[in-house]
Design a protein around this ligand. Sequence first.
Ligand SMILES: [Fe+2]
Length: 409
Amino acid sequence: MATQLQDSFDVGGVMLDRPFKIRRLGHFGFYANDMAASLKFYRDLLGFQITDVLDFAGRANDPKDLEGKGDTNGYFMRYGTDHHAFVLFPYRVRKAIDYNDTMADGATMNQITWQVGSLEEVRHATDWFSEMGVQYGRTGRDLPGSNWHVYPVDPEGRVNELFYGIEQIGWNGLSKPQNMYDQKFMKPPEIPYIREAEEVRRAVEAGIDMSVGTNSLEQAEASYDVGGVLLPRPFKITGIGPVRLFTDNMEETLAFYMDRLGFVVTESIDWNGEACHFLRCGNDHHALALYPMGLRAELGLTDWSSNFSFGVRMNDYQQLKAAIAWLAEQGAEIRYFPPELFPGMNYTAFAIDPDGHAIQLYYYMEQIGWDGRPSPADQRPLIDNDNWPETLEPCSDSFAGEQFMGPWG
Ligand SMILES: [Fe+2]
């Protein structure tokens, strides 16, 4: 039980300013206009594997509302064992059934999702958001992924999510059977709640066939030697990375992510007289970065979105270079932006998705230690985007940070 004591909360025995602690980016979702083109980009080119499909057609008040709007499915995808790390939802369909007009202009991200430490933290975060006047869309649990969550919305209408306990996909690639849960969870969890093992036991006892979930093992031909394993493409995504946002109101947006969600500013830079902020939730130099909206046009990014980029981490520098070359060969647009905009990230490039969203390809993220201080700028390598070296000198934290568990394909 979180006990409030002089505005501080007991989170697992440690007193914090809020009743939860974000540990890492868990997943992230974009809306797309052309689902087939976006699936080609995220599934076939980047290699995300589909773990479940959710049809939004049933949510229309009238089937006519969806006429001409294209594929009504949303796609949940993984690169590792989390049921989903990336989600692709159909923009035109979601817009057509957004009867309460909740989708903010520019919020082309359907979720920016952060893992907290326990189910209790989700529950207490929900109560606290209510108390603090933080707007949240809903709370409960969604069945593709079966994680408990609450969806706080930032001041510009972007939907964040805090969650506990996302479904894990194992060696056989199967997601949970869709009929494993016989109820919808539209409320905050009553805690304490039964463990997953008990849910599985009850489902088996009820005669649910445990072998009918979606199989997400990739079947494409695999002819590239990637670190000694044959894969369908010359790289493997082994992490997801920072989310970059453009904001029209830096002060208010920064205050939301710091005061309400608990992010800490690692570093700020000046860009043409305006501040850009880099915020962390763990050891990564930043998991979230905020930039002034004016930068968007300067970089030539789409004015459809207030997202600057979503990161996907390659296993190493060699794979990063191979990924850039291969994605370009496959027809993806690759872009480079001034390295000063990405402190702590070393070499990085961007692949542009069919809607103009930028996907940041990277392999390294500076690690922040006990004193919370980033590396002095003059001790970082000088990045020349026109001349990426063949190999790199190591940094003190090369290969450090979150590790990928398990085999690559
Ligand atoms: Fe989610």
